[in-house]
Design a protein. Structure first.
Length: 201
């Protein structure tokens, strides 16, 4: 296991992280969509974001969807239950996969979870109609390598949906802002955050 993966696991296993996501975001690992200021409550905004991205990517019943960096499976379950997709979630955090598998047993939706790294996906080429990642791409220490893996498992004509943070080119950002970004990236183990620039990918 590489150092970045170990740090990601450590971050999500911390009691502060677990409580924070539960109390602030209702267990979601993303903060959501609030275009019309309709959702003041983050868990509702989080579900709205999942729905928005699923609609944007034109997920249809029976589509094979990979949720790369699925966490505890909230987005995967939503996509499987509401949109009828066949969803596979993968995550490096053993505790998250355990929770996701437990939650999946309470549904008849077509969803499964695997422990694994989205930089070394355990799937054959051209396996998925949609590769979906929601605020987890920044955990990649090598975004270009991760994208190559996403492309590898994507079927011809498939869609890659990435919703994540990006920044201006650091050369254009004042030093104090750049240092703040680096502190956030370090504290949340998001090495990709400082390498994902607006309009680059």
């Amino acid at each position: 296991m590489d150092m970045s993966t170990s740090k990601t696991i450590s971050y999500y296993n911390q009691i502060g992280s677990r409580l924070g996501y539960m109390l602030v975001a209702g267990g979601h690992r993303h903060f959501g969509y609030n275009r019309d200021k309709k959702y003041w409550y983050i868990p509702h905004a989080a579900v709205a974001m999942i729905d928005y991205l699923a609609n944007f990517s034109e997920i249809e019943p029976g589509d094979a969807v990979l949720d790369a960096g699925c966490g505890e499976g909230r987005a995967s379950l939503r996509i499987a239950e509401k949109f009828g997709a066949s969803v596979t979630g993968i995550d490096v955090v053993p505790r998250s996969i355990k929770v996701a598998n437990r939650r999946s047993r309470a549904t008849s939706a077509d969803v499964r979870y695997l422990l694994g790294d989205y930089n070394k996906l355990p799937f054959r080429d051209k396996s998925f109609d949609v590769v979906f990642t929601l605020e987890t791409f920044t955990h990649s220490p090598n975004p270009e390598k991760t994208l190559k893996e996403f492309w590898r498992v994507l079927k011809p004509g498939g869609r890659i949906i990435i919703f994540d943070y990006s920044i201006k080119d650091p050369k254009t950002v004042p030093l104090k802002h750049r240092l703040a970004i680096e502190n956030i990236a370090s504290g949340t183990n998001c090495p990709g955050f400082i390498n994902i620039f607006h309009d680059y990918y």
